[in-house]
Design a protein around this ligand. Structure first.
Ligand code: PNS
Length: 163
């Protein structure tokens, strides 16, 4: 069985993430969405459990997708779960330098290859951090995140949900 990992912080999951997870699920027998427990980034908006709940809800239609947490090196998690590949979305050339570096490091450490999927153009500007910022100031993120995430953002920032 070919298992792929889609790793990330998912704080919160966006339609860009979901697009990559769905397309990965069509290419592999099983996909583990691997949510990092100890991100390098500053304070998270959502707890791990909240992020897992949102991911579980938005991937509920994909029977071969599961959600798990990991800490430490991604390649150790990959090895422990028998994953054959890491799959990442590439939004723009600005993603490429760092993603290539990580892919090569992970390959050197473990032999596990990273596969890149080009992001659907309508999502190429999307990131969780921009979504958080727009939502924080009351902007409309309904075309950027699934409805459940939009609701959680609205409640978190106490802004109500635009019709
Ligand atoms: O959504 P993000 O925050 O861009 O995801 C980054 C993530 C979690 C994929 C990356 O930081 C990662 O793989 N971290 C695990 C630690 C690790 O393995 N570091 C070495 C990578 S070369």
């Amino acid at each position: 069985m070919a298992i792929a990992l889609c790793p990330g912080s998912f704080d919160p999951v966006t339609l860009g993430h979901l697009d990559i997870i769905e397309r990965t699920s069509r290419q592999f027998d099983h996909v583990i969405v691997a949510v990092i427990r100890n991100p390098q980034k500053s304070q998270s908006l959502f707890t791990l459990e909240e992020r897992q709940e949102m991911l579980a809800e938005v991937t509920g239609h994909l029977p071969n997708v599961s959600i798990e947490f990991f800490k430490g090196l991604l390649v150790d998690f990959a090895r422990d779960h028998g994953a054959a590949a890491i799959v990442k979305g590439l939004r723009a050339i600005s993603d490429f330098d760092y993603e290539l570096q990580m892919a090569q490091m992970n390959q050197r450490l473990s032999g596990i290859d990273t596969f890149f999927i080009s992001t659907t153009p309508q999502h190429s500007f999307l990131s969780s951090s921009l979504v958080r910022e727009v939502a924080k100031y009351g902007g409309d993120v309904s075309s950027m995140v699934p409805p459940v995430v939009r609701e959680r953002l609205a409640h978190r920032f106490d802004k109500g949900i635009p019709a």
